[in-house]
Write a protein that binds this ligand. Structure first.
Ligand SMILES: Cc1ncc(C[n+]2csc(CCOP(=O)(O)OP(=O)(O)O)c2C)c(N)n1
Ligand code: SF4
Ligand SMILES: [Mg+2]
Length: 254
């Protein structure tokens, strides 16, 4: 007789209490991940959560699986090593926009291109949170931050568009304030066989103010492309079409 373990979201909580600021969007991401792991019945001993450095990169310490809080920008090389050494493990890489698009940008592009079976969850607050609020690659043009007191002079990068351009086989964008929707996207990303990129807009209440929550919710949109394996592509493309201006949609899906 075999006995299947029963997992609930609480099964994945560790004794560590998150040190994020009250109201940080990353709480929503963490709670969604607990739910997704439970729904997928991920065995903690067969699951690894790998991060770089940043507020968001503290997340592996709060998840009762194997975990690795590594170096700034290096979540994906380490996740790649784990997956190559032990292909049967479920590998989830997590981190911030700075970690994944600035210092780790090159790893992000080539991880998408290699299409290894890794789910990459980016907590995008459009800022360097841990180092006290400097502008990063996803900070909108014109935004005033600690390092751009007269307004950010640079155009922001769209991480989803980059992932699609480099061949990621599953791409989506969520919002940390929408736990139900984010959980669903995480389940799809983790179940997807190939590189799945999930860009979760996750407000930094300390360095971006209360309005960022509202702005990010309004901006949240979904892009997706699939190699035809585990996604209902029609559904996702329809969602993208609903949310994006036609010109942008054509550009992204071309
Ligand atoms: C090699 C290296 N360069 C710079 C830093 C300083 N540093 C730590 S976290 C960080 C940026 C964090 O921003 P992000 O990845 O977006 O995470 P967040 O804190 O916003 O969640 C930087 C520049 C570092 N730790 N290591
Ligand atoms: S500084 Fe910002 S990103 Fe970091 S824990 Fe606080 S609210 Fe979250
Ligand atoms: Mg950030």
């Amino acid at each position: 007789m075999t006995c299947e373990a029963v997992y609930t979201p609480n099964s994945y909580k560790t004794d560590l209490k998150p040190v994020w600021c009250p109201g940080c969007g990353d709480f929503g991401v963490l709670n969604s991940l607990y739910r997704a792991l439970a729904d997928l019945k991920c065995e903690p001993h067969d699951t690894v959560v790998v991060s770089g450095i940043g507020c968001s990169s503290r997340l592996p310490g709060y998840v009762e699986t194997y975990g690795f809080n590594s170096l700034h920008g290096r979540a994906l090389p380490i996740a790649t090593g784990v997956k190559l050494a032990a292909p049967d493990l479920t590998v989830v890489a997590v981190g911030g926009d700075g970690d994944g698009i600035a210092i780790g940008g090159n790893h992000f592009l080539h991880s998408a291109r290699r299409n290894l079976d890794i789910a990459y969850i980016m907590m995008d607050n459009e800022i360097y949170g841990l180092t006290k609020g400097q502008a990063g690659p996803t900070t909108p043009i014109g935004d005033k931050t600690k390092s751009t007191t007269y307004g950010n002079p640079d155009e922001a990068v769209d991480p989803c568009a980059l992932a699609i351009a480099f061949g990621a086989s599953w791409v989506a964008r969520g919002f940390s304030g929408d736990i139900k929707g984010t959980t669903e996207l995480m389940k799809q990303a983790i179940a997807h066989k190939g590189f799945a990129f999930l860009n979760i807009m996750s407000p930094c209440v300390t360095w971006r103010g209360d309005d960022q929550f509202k702005e990010l919710r309004a901006k949240t949109k979904v892009y997706a492309r699939s190699g035809g394996r585990s996604l209902n592509v029609t559904e996702i493309i329809a969602e993208a079409a609903r949310l994006l201006p036609t010109a942008k949609l054509e550009e992204v899906l071309a």
